[in-house]
Design a protein around this ligand. Structure first.
Ligand SMILES: Cc1cc2nc3c(=O)[nH]c(=O)nc-3n(C[C@H](O)[C@H](O)[C@H](O)COP(=O)(O)OP(=O)(O)OC[C@H]3O[C@@H](n4cnc5c(N)ncnc54)[C@H](O)[C@@H]3O)c2cc1C
Length: 404
């Protein structure tokens, strides 16, 4: 067995997603020694959600990074529109928000994470180890004191005053810590694919609901990123019916895409993303805290998981930077992070469950066009109500501000 490389840091963050990278940057900026361990070799992975919310842009403004950040290629979305059958409806209007940026930015998530890594790399206390996969926790007297990881150069041990699990919805850290997970159930999965954009296509993100089918389309400049929603476990049935039948399903819900569906040449062009909604009862143990999807896995409904992950990171940095600088993080301080962020996460999950159970399940189970649900009828009747979905998606409950 090769001997393990050993490192010592104040805070070891497992996972370089939005939660982990934001927390790493903020803590390093506050003078805390941070090591982020990310199992992949780069941030270049598809299908992680590319939404940068007005609340995150507000944080960039507070950090003095907004102008530089907005120089990266992105699309700005001011309204979200849906089609219920043939009826068009604007669901959310971001122009009413009181934030610096009154839009949702679409930017590939790897650009966002690379930006945070670049900013972090300017700080002497920020370290990211790519291709470092956390496999276990090091514990002494019931306290987590570090992690074990594998790297291409051999095993790695990182000892830290605090270990943060920011390793997403299939978190190794929370499993190794034995933290109890409550599964809230998600009756849907998503098929994710790209189709080209053409002259004359609409510009906004679109949700289309039609006769047992739901398609969400995100404008990514040269292509549409499409999410076709299916009942959980329905992929085998769809594959059995064949690719032509699947193309026909997509054309039924979005007829203007019909001519481009040949771009889906085989099932490799269509990725299955399983949807989960769950949460930890307790986000912490002595020496360990979970944040983001590792603490509360979010459904893609509403596109808000990244926002919540980043807001958790800001709250954790605000509450823990001081104690971490003194290597003295107590269980009470970890408890405070959960107390602060639990309500926004639970409330948002409840809303996602309401939408999936009351709206999506009904549409997916019916072969006919179902009646427009009452929340959409209300927004259609009184356009000023569009500011509420915009606020929920764009800012969310209990927005955090940089205090480090
Ligand atoms: C199909 C789908 C679409 C979505 N679309 C959107 C959207 O448009 N907008 C939105 O806001 N949210 C969306 N979400 C939700 C969003 O992806 C998550 O809520 C968000 O990514 C959570 O961020 P995170 O940093 O907590 O975790 P993640 O983004 O999952 O990041 C975790 C990181 O940890 C790394 N990691 C995992 N295990 C280890 C390990 N053992 N060691 C080291 N590193 C590890 C991973 O490689 C990853 O980089 C979507 C979710 C799904 C399922």
């Amino acid at each position: 067995m090769p001997t393990a490389e050993e490192l010592r840091t104040n805070c070891c963050i497992c996972g370089g997603g939005p939660a982990g990278m934001m927390l790493g940057y903020l803590l390093a900026r506050a003078g805390v020694n941070v090591t982020v361990l990310e199992k992949h070799g780069d941030f270049l992975r598809d299908f992680r959600g590319d939404t940068i919310h007005p609340s995150t842009l507000e944080l960039m403004h507070e950090l003095g990074l907004l102008a530089e950040f907005l120089q990266r290629p992105h699309q700005e979305v001011r309204q979200i529109t849906g089609y219920f059958g043939d009826t068009e409806i604007t669901v959310a209007d971001f122009t009413q928000l009181s934030t610096q940026c009154k839009f949702l930015a679409f930017m590939p998530q790897w650009d966002f994470l690379n930006f945070l890594a670049e900013q972090g790399n300017r700080l002497p206390t920020f370290h990211v180890r790519m291709r470092a996969e956390v496999t276990g926790l090091i514990e002494e007297s019931e306290k987590v004191v570090g992690v074990e990881a594998t790297t291409p150069d051999g095993p790695l041990q990182v000892r830290a005053d605090l270990v943060v699990g920011a390793d997403g919805r299939h978190s190794t850290v929370r499993a190794q810590a034995g933290l109890k997970v409550k599964n809230l159930g998600a009756p849907i999965d998503v098929l994710w694919m790209r189709l080209s954009r053409q002259e004359g296509d609409p510009h906004q993100p679109l949700g289309r609901f039609n006769r047992g089918k739901v398609l969400v389309m995100l404008d990514r400049g040269e292509f549409w990123q499409c999410a076709f929603v299916i009942p959980k476990g329905g992929i085998e049935d769809i594959r059995r019916r064949g690719l032509d039948a699947f193309r026909q399903d997509v054309a039924e819900v979005a007829p203007f895409l019909r001519e481009r569906l040949d771009e889906l040449t085989d099932w490799n062009d269509i990725k299955l993303l399983t949807v989960l909604i769950d949460r930890l009862e307790k986000w912490y143990r002595p020496g360990l805290l979970c944040i983001g999807d590792a603490a509360h896995a979010m459904s893609p409904i509403g596109g808000v998981g990244i926002n919540l992950a980043i807001q958790d990171a800001v709250a954790a940095a605000n509450l823990l930077a001081g104690p971490l600088r003194q290597s003295a993080v107590s269980i009470v301080q970890l408890q405070k992070v959960q107390r602060r962020r639990q309500m926004p996460a639970h409330f948002t999950q409840r809303l996602q469950i309401f939408v999936q159970d009351r709206l999506l399940s009904g549409v997916l189970a019916s072969r006919k066009q179902v009646a427009m649900p009452w929340p959409l009828r209300l927004v259609r009747r009184w356009p000023f109500l569009r500011r509420f979905p915009a606020w929920l998606i764009g800012i969310g409950i209990r927005p955090e501000h940089i205090a480090t």
